[in-house]
Write a protein that binds this ligand. Structure first.
Ligand SMILES: Nc1nc2c(ncn2[C@@H]2O[C@H](COP(=O)(O)OP(=O)(O)OP(=O)(O)O)[C@@H](O)[C@H]2O)c(=O)[nH]1
Ligand SMILES: [Mg+2]
Length: 296
């Protein structure tokens, strides 16, 4: 299936929610639309902002369709898109992948590794999740599938030490891209953040001519909880960009709009399935087109 079709299919439920609200609506009464946006997890703040803008623009363009007005307002929330893969093709990068357990970190690493390898980059994976049983093996399975080496220690080892070794081995072999997996759960959130900060410090200290990119992985099905997670990780670790996973099959696709509008963090990758080719760079025009597909 073509990428845009996958994205369209993934957004089907979110789209249906929004579409239904357009059936009987007047400029004064946008209540249905408000409910639809909230149900799609656009979030109260962003919903209010969008409704206000739609109302204003409707006054100026009373003949315009509501769906067009909403589409324009949503489009204007996104900063201009750029292709993160192109960015990673320039120079050397260490990509530190963080997020709560089950959000899709390891899967994202496999997919991203493949995208970069297909573009001619040399890649190494670093098994920094030494906490969860079988996490190392899971990363190794991805590595074997796409022929990417994995630097690992044994379960329970210090993730900072694994990151150190991963970098050392990448430098020695002149590898372009180092992708570091991390744990999503420790005994407490505090422990998790402290451990991740430590890993980040090791990387900062040892990176030499590599640039560090902190990629936060967010599960779209978490809806508005995802916003709180993103805020928490960003405060502790300063996130550079977000990968949104599991956009397939959820009606909470509006969370993408909410993240961009409320956190001012760029969404750079979007996952719409468990398969290796089910992830691409995020493009806001494409996202909005898929969200409003056949609505006009
Ligand atoms: N449907 C769907 N499933 C996904 C997507 N991305 C990841 N998954 C699934 O989500 C589950 C968790 O993914 P992992 O990559 O293991 O998540 P993780 O963040 O590494 O989890 P921990 O290692 O436990 O912290 C797996 O079953 C994946 O196949 C996606 O875009 N769509
Ligand atoms: Mg994992």
């Amino acid at each position: 299936m073509k990428w845009f079709d996958k994205l369209k299919q993934g957004l089907e439920k979110t789209r249906a929610l929004i579409k239904r609200s357009f059936s009987s609506i007047s400029a004064e009464d946008l209540e249905e639309l408000e409910i639809a946006l909230l149900s799609a997890d656009v979030g109260p703040k962003t919903t209010e902002k969008l409704l206000e803008e739609v109302r204003e623009n409707w006054k100026l363009n009373p003949d315009e369709k509501l769906s067009v007005l909403l589409k324009n307002s949503i489009t204007s929330l996104f900063p201009p898109s750029f292709d993160i893969i192109n960015k990673f093709l320039q120079g050397k990068w260490i990509i530190l992948v963080i997020g709560v357990n089950g959000s899709g970190k390891t899967t994202t690493i496999g997919k991203l590794g493949k995208l970069l390898k297909d573009r001619g980059k040399s890649v190494v994976f670093v098994a920094g999740d030494t906490f969860r049983a079988a996490a190392i093996e899971q990363l190794e399975i991805w590595g074997e599938r796409i022929n990417i080496p994995v630097v690992k220690h044994r379960e329970g080892a210090d993730p900072g030490a694994v990151a150190f070794d991963g970098l050392k081995s990448a430098k020695a072999r002149n590898i372009d891209i180092v992708i570091v997996d991390t744990a999503g759960r420790l005994h407490t959130k505090y422990n998790l953040m402290e451990e991740l900060k430590k890993v980040k410090r090791v990387i900062e200290r040892e990176k030499e001519d590599y640039q560090l990119y902190t990629l936060l992985v967010i599960d779209a099905t978490m809806g508005q909880n995802a916003i709180n997670q993103a805020r928490m990780f960003n405060e502790a670790l300063k996130v550079d960009g977000i990968a949104v996973t599991k956009l397939d099959g959820t009606a909470k696709g509006g969370v993408v709009i909410s993240i961009v509008s409320e956190l001012k963090l760029p969404i750079v990758l979007v996952g719409v399935g468990e398969g290796i080719d089910d992830m691409q760079s995020f493009n806001s025009i494409e996202f909005v087109d898929a969200l409003f597909w056949e609505m006009n």
